[in-house]
Design a protein around this ligand. Structure first.
Ligand code: BGC
Length: 726
């Protein structure tokens, strides 16, 4: 296999310790479907085989000791589907198992440049036969329903019988671990009902639906062998034959998965299969090549960071839903952590990468929010708001899934985060049509919620009570600074759009026109003018919320290392009663609204909050790293950067087994673009304040802004911003 290591994520032994992590990291996906990087040959006792369709979920009943109004009854859980990649290979009656068979010369690598996973090894059977086995797999980035596997066997010692069964294994289940809130919960029923399955003219099919949510799906498998005159049993699909010391067999597995949205799926699948493996592979690789042309980040002088950022960008690109009906979950489709839910992670962490490198994908992520506006509308009513929409804290289908409201539903900032995402997209693309057709409606509804929920207090300050900000170690607070800052910005943006609509012939959608007519423009203006931000005049810092600075500071000196992450060891109330932060909050607000604060203010806030932030959330280090760069501490910024970029490749949190940390992966892109290169949008224009870590020779990346592509190259002596031909 190739030695081009900075494009490869690889392993050279079967290692129990790393197996689950590598199952996650070696996932192949295209945003519609995915296969975890498990072996074709079936179970590893310590592995977790996973086959997923983005957006396909089963309901899971939520149980509460005490249940109050508007607590969600059901959560949605991404379902682990029947596994179509399965290959059962036997030689002289002995089954190949990577756990127990005699294996040598093992090598597996994920080629990030082309999105192809390849594995090879030699198997020596107990009867003395030897075979080299090589499997190659990819989830087509061009044909979203298609996965292809090439399974090659080359005997070079011994003789006898062999058999190959290539099938769809239904013995697959969702993972569960009840004592960790970050991992899924156990179903009390089988989430999958198989409606029919069989073999029809060589096509293996399985039609199923989820038990409670009644979502249909289809799995098809076509096996093709390169061997002449082969004896495949027409009932079972099992191939049985004899081998000698130079027998070679190639099995091509064509797999199709769909959510039952296409009537003619079988025909479409057969047509694709008839074009052949090579054709599918070439188209797939070509797509990836094109993606890398505009999304790659090149780092010279730091091999680990180079590989880490590519692995991270690969995962973002392959896991993101691209159809406007699905999104990207906190773990992508690489594992079942957080049950496959989508969070604010999308707009605040991942969206910028797509906005500046692939705006079509960014648009489809925002379209997902538009397409779930109705659910957000009805959620707002359930929560007692007379107008506006409230987006769910965590969800798949647009309905709220969070059962712990203090760190869930109370995070109303999700609304402002979505507004921020729309602004980011619009500023970078000038896509006025998107605003007319969709964006304006979302923004008006988001603002209506704040106008309903916030209140002017007796001093005339606009206050937002009883919410939780990004930092989940302080919940149900008044005037979370992050939230208030983001809301102020959101409403300012909306008012500027309303003004633009009045100046130009607006072309707004009917719904937006209707909403504009009743929108309280004057009240909105007063809100932004009088938005209350909690500020401490003695410390001269922004308080995270009204009560935050009056609490005792957490006793960090007395907290041993094993007690982190704190959420796993202390009751939430203990955390809420202290000044201790899980993740960036005020500091994040100051990054997102760069012109609102002086450098001195940012420095004071950074210094204060850094001391009390545990970074127990993987969404935190990148933000501190970026702000450290802005404040001129490059060394500190680099340290934070390394922690961010390495999170999954080195499994820093020891939970990559449950899936990647997608927001953090995006954070490693932000760390370079916002951090070292210092990109900020000011007055609607790109600005840079570039720096470079002292051990790097050069870094470069591309950005698309207002239909112009730029290449930014920074080395120790020079910064170049080059306009490229689009
Ligand atoms: C973080 C949230 C985040 C979620 C999913 C939690 O640990 O505190 O901010 O949205 O993980 O990534």
């Amino acid at each position: 296999m190739s030695k081009d290591t900075q494009w490869k994520y690889s392993e050279t032994e079967i290692n129990q310790e790393d197996y689950l992590k590598n199952e996650s990291l070696m996932t192949v996906s295209n945003g519609y479907l995915s296969l975890r990087g498990s072996y074709e040959e079936g179970n590893m006792s310590y592995g977790h085989q996973g086959t997923y369709l983005n957006g396909l979920y089963e309901f899971h009943d939520l149980h509460y000791g005490e249940k109050f109004t508007a607590y969600p009854d059901k959560s949605q859980v991404m379902v682990n589907l029947p596994d179509p990649k399965t290959v059962k290979f036997k030689v002289n009656g002995e089954s190949l198992s990577l756990e127990t068979s005699k294996i040598s010369s093992y090598h597996r690598e994920l080629d990030l440049r082309s999105g192809i996973l390849k594995r090879e090894f030699v198997w020596e059977t107990y009867t003395g036969a030897k075979a080299k086995i090589c499997s190659t797999r990819f989830a087509s980035s061009v044909e979203k329903h298609l996965i292809c596997i090439k399974y090659e066997i080359q005997f070079y010692q011994g003789e006898g019988d062999y058999s190959i069964e290539s099938t769809i294994d239904t013995n697959r289940h969702n993972i569960s671990k009840e004592d960790d809130p970050r991992i899924g919960v156990e179903f009390n029923h089988n989430p999958i009902v198989i409606l029919s399955r069989g073999l029809e003219d060589e096509l293996m099919f399985l039609n199923g639906e989820t038990y409670d949510s009644k979502q249909k799906f289809n799995v098809y498998l076509l096996n093709e062998y390169n061997v002449d005159g082969i004896k495949v049993d027409t009932e079972t699909g099992i191939l049985q034959d004899q081998f000698g010391d130079d027998t070679s067999i190639i099995l091509y597995k064509y797999i199709w998965l769909d959510k039952n949205e296409t009537r003619d799926s079988k025909r479409a699948f057969i047509a694709l299969k008839n074009k052949g493996y090579r054709h599918a592979l070439d188209k797939h690789s070509q797509w990836w090549k094109q993606q890398w042309e505009h999304m790659d980040v090149v780092i010279k002088g730091d091999k680990l960071m180079q590989k880490a950022i590519r692995l991270n960008l690969y995962h973002l690109t392959q896991n993101v839903g691209k159809d406007g009906l699905t999104n990207i979950s906190a773990k992508g489709m690489t594992g079942e952590g957080y049950e496959g839910h989508y969070f604010w992670d999308t707009e605040i962490y991942m969206l910028p990468f797509f906005v500046y490198t692939n705006p079509d994908i960014a648009k489809s992520l925002l379209m997902y929010r538009y397409n779930t506006l109705e659910q957000a509308r009805s959620r707002a009513r359930q929560m007692g708001h007379k107008q506006g929409v409230l987006y769910p804290w965590r969800t798949i289908n647009g309905e709220e899934c969070s059962s712990f409201f203090p760190a869930g539903t109370a995070q109303y900032h999700i609304n402002a985060d979505i507004a921020y995402g729309i602004k980011l997209y619009y500023e970078a693309t000038n896509d006025w049509k998107f605003i007319q057709d969709y964006g304006m409606e979302i923004l008006l509804e988001l603002a209506n919620l704040w106008l309903d929920m916030g209140q002017f207090d007796h001093q005339g300050r606009f206050c937002i009570h009883e919410v939780t900000g990004p930092d989940e170690y302080s919940c149900l607070v008044n005037n979370n600074t992050y939230t208030n800052i983001m809301v102020k910005n959101e409403i300012e943006f909306l008012l500027s759009l309303i003004e633009k609509c009045q100046e130009e012939s607006s072309g707004l959608s009917l719904k937006s026109m209707e909403l504009i007519q009743t929108f309280e423009v004057e009240r909105a203006k007063r809100v932004i003018e009088h938005m209350y931000l909690a500020y401490d005049d003695t410390l001269k810092i922004y308080a995270q919320d009204d009560g935050f600075l009056s609490k005792p500071v957490w006793d960090f000196a007395e907290t041993p290392k094993e007690k982190y992450p704190l959420l796993m060891h202390y009751h939430p109330l203990t955390l809420y009663r202290h000044q201790v932060c899980k993740q960036a909050d005020v500091v994040l607000a100051e990054l997102l609204q760069p012109t609102m604060f002086t450098p001195e203010q940012k420095k004071r806030d950074f210094d204060y909050y850094e001391k009390i932030t545990t970074h127990d959330s993987s969404l935190s280090n990148c933000i501190y790293g970026i702000m450290a760069a802005e404040l001129g501490d490059l060394e500190k910024s680099y340290e934070y950067y390394m922690k961010t970029a390495k999170t999954d490749i080195e499994d820093v949190h020891q939970n990559a087994k449950d899936g990647i940390h997608a927001a953090n992966m995006a954070g490693s892109w932000l760390g370079i673009v916002y951090g070292f290169a210092g990109l900020r949008i000011k007055d609607g224009e790109l600005t840079f304040n570039s720096k470079i870590p002292k051990n790097w020779e050069e870094y470069s990346f591309h950005l698309r802004f207002k239909n112009q592509v730029y290449e930014i190259k920074v080395n120790q002596n020079d910064v170049k911003i080059i306009e490229k031909n689009c």
